[in-house]
Write a protein that binds this ligand. Sequence first.
Ligand SMILES: C[S@@+](CC[C@H](N)C(=O)[O-])C[C@H]1O[C@@H](n2cnc3c(N)ncnc32)[C@H](O)[C@@H]1O
Length: 375
Amino acid sequence: MNLTYPSSLFSPAFSIALAETWDHLAARLHRKMALAASGTCPEKKQKFFPKLDQQETPSNLQTPVSSVAESVQSFSHQAVLAEEVVAFLKPQSGKIFFDGTLGGGGHAELLLQAGARVVACDRDPAALAHAKKKLAAFGDRFVCFESNYAEAPLHLVAMGISQVDGILLDLGVSSHQIDTPERGFSFQKEGPLDMRMGSSGRTAADIVNTGDLAELVKIFREYGEEPRALNFATRIIRERHHQPITTTLQLASLLAQGMRSGPRHPATKVFQALRIAVNEEINSLESALPQLADMLASQGRFAVITFHSLEDRIVKRFFKKHAVAEIDDPTWSAPKPNPEQLFHPSLPHSVVADAAELANNRRARSARLRMAEKL
Ligand SMILES: C[S@@+](CC[C@H](N)C(=O)[O-])C[C@H]1O[C@@H](n2cnc3c(N)ncnc32)[C@H](O)[C@@H]1O
């Protein structure tokens, strides 16, 4: 038995029992899958390999890596909650906005069309190349640079911009990133297990092939809210003893083995969790919010679109903490003014997409726009 469970999680006796149970179940499952794969029992084949006929063939592994130029031409991303963002940010001539997640430039374009100036960044060189081209007609009203939005204030100050009238963060990945197999974000398309939005740092393959059990379980639980985190982490560790896990479909099919087919692919949450871990999305958000809030002018507006309950909670708590006018403590005789108040207390907390947008754009399903206005 070469699995090791962290002593902080389980007692040694429980670890051994758990591992033995797992071995036993896995052996039974492999016997059943071998029978199903042999095709002698069609119902079993359908149960274990429901998507077999639609799966990509190994030849897809040889898809050539597209150049940034090709990917710029084929860039597609539909901006979510666009009307709501524009209505809230109130772009107009003479105002300057910071877009920290430029992506396909959809939101930035609307701000520019309303006459405002936009300074934007993205970690992804392909997104920047596309947006530069798309928004070139706006001349020097549009400027963009490659950066994590958490490091953008340094760049803005270096450019002589110490305050902005509005800020937009539209978190997560773009459709273009998901739809480009070579980026490794999708469990439906074969590609290298990469998932980096930028061009440096650990890849998803690095995490999957070197992370210990405790790290993998933590990532899948915290960032994916995956109830089968331990099961999936254990499978990964067993598999990589045989061969490294290097591609998206290799990981997706490992996680799908023996799982009932449901509305969601069993790998959905693990892929989301790995993407968040690879790109350190939570750290970036937590470190950026206070820095960016400092850069907002008085009456400046801060809009954040989230797609995940963890990031949404972070934004909600940040806005709430800095929007309450008074704080109280049982030991005080009366409430005191909140020394950390930055925002007006009266704004609506959040909006989600309406039925028309939901019918039109699947990505809008989990989108929530949170808003705050500086005092
Ligand atoms: C949902 S898309 C933005 C789409 C954009 N609002 C539009 O209308 O086309 C998110 C973009 O943010 C970028 N991104 C995510 N996290 C980032 C970060 N910490 N710093 C900079 N860019 C980031 C991604 O590379 C991606 O291009």
